[in-house]
Design a protein around this ligand. Sequence first.
Ligand code: GDD
Ligand code: MG
Length: 347
Amino acid sequence: MRALILAGGKGTRLRPLTVYTPKPIVPLGNRPFLLTQIETLKRAGITNIVMSLSYQPDKIEQVLDDGLEYGVRLQYLNEPNPMGTAGAYRFASDFLRDATVIFNGDILTDIDLAAVIDFHRRKKSLATIVLTRVENPAAYGLVETAADGKVVRFLEKPTPEDLAELNLNTINAGIYILEPSVVEMIPPGENYSFEYGLFPDLLRQEKSFYAFIADDSYWLDIGTPDRYLQAHKDLLEGKIRNLHFDAPRGDFEAAHTAEIDRVSFIADGCIIKPSARVINSFLGANVYVEEKAVIENSVVWAHTRINHGAVVTNSIVGRGCHIGRFVTVGDNSILGDKTTLTDYTQV
Ligand code: GDD
Ligand code: MG
């Protein structure tokens, strides 16, 4: 079995972080995000992976290369124009002769994929979709199932009226297994989506379309700043059990009087000066934290400098930023790469 990772979206909701770093390779725990998906696929014995790209494909290819370093074989397919999720699958179909596992490229999960593959085979399903439960399904695809696991309704981005009427919390987790004949149901050469096109088509034509509810797995779509921060929070709290991340402490220098809490992640080459404080946060490689600066509940990407007395809380600071002396970067700020903030600025 092969896998297809849909990683061609522009990542607009994660701007400005995605201006220079496409969403599939934003750092998570100091590693390119897609390595989490590669690990999940590999654990289920899937090592041939096709990456469907469109936005900044060269950067993704440069970072992940041929995949050998991670024990998989990656092939890259660039769409000249975004073809939509199903269109991208059809576009990749020459590479995918058998049943294929498809992942949305922005979901963080430690799911046991082998169990989903087993379910797909037992049900003799044409299409299997993984579901997860969320408190507010409005931003997702709402899925209703029958007692035997058959999908009976699929509503992408349900309206408040839909939500009130259906009162469900099961949503499309962005993981599918499709048999190759599904490709024929997708019109060639046009933008077509699974969510608005193919899934409703499968239901209308009463095809064998089953849902696997992944109640025991960690699941999060990292595609908004809030959720990207949430992913780091969950990582620090140890909620993501079946994925491996780098050790929380790299090779860095810290003054004796610097305060670094037990959970914070500090990558190689960081320098933390006297009386600085790092609490519940992630520092990428070579971050420089000057005297008395405070970083709390935040993610700071590599090569950023936080100067004397600056305070960063509940925020994401991009790569190569320069945060001046006594600057305050307040709740939920997102600073793009190379941002420079003059001394005493308040954001
Ligand atoms: N190759 C390619 N081409 N990839 C695409 C395209 C395209 O034209 N459009 C989107 N993608 C990729 C994105 O890069 C992303 O990884 C994935 O498809 C899903 O797109 P999002 O833009 O993140 O969609 P969403 O989060 O609003 O909704 C989707 O995911 C939810 C779960 O996170 C839907 O599948 C929902 O039904 C689902 O609940
Ligand atoms: Mg998404």
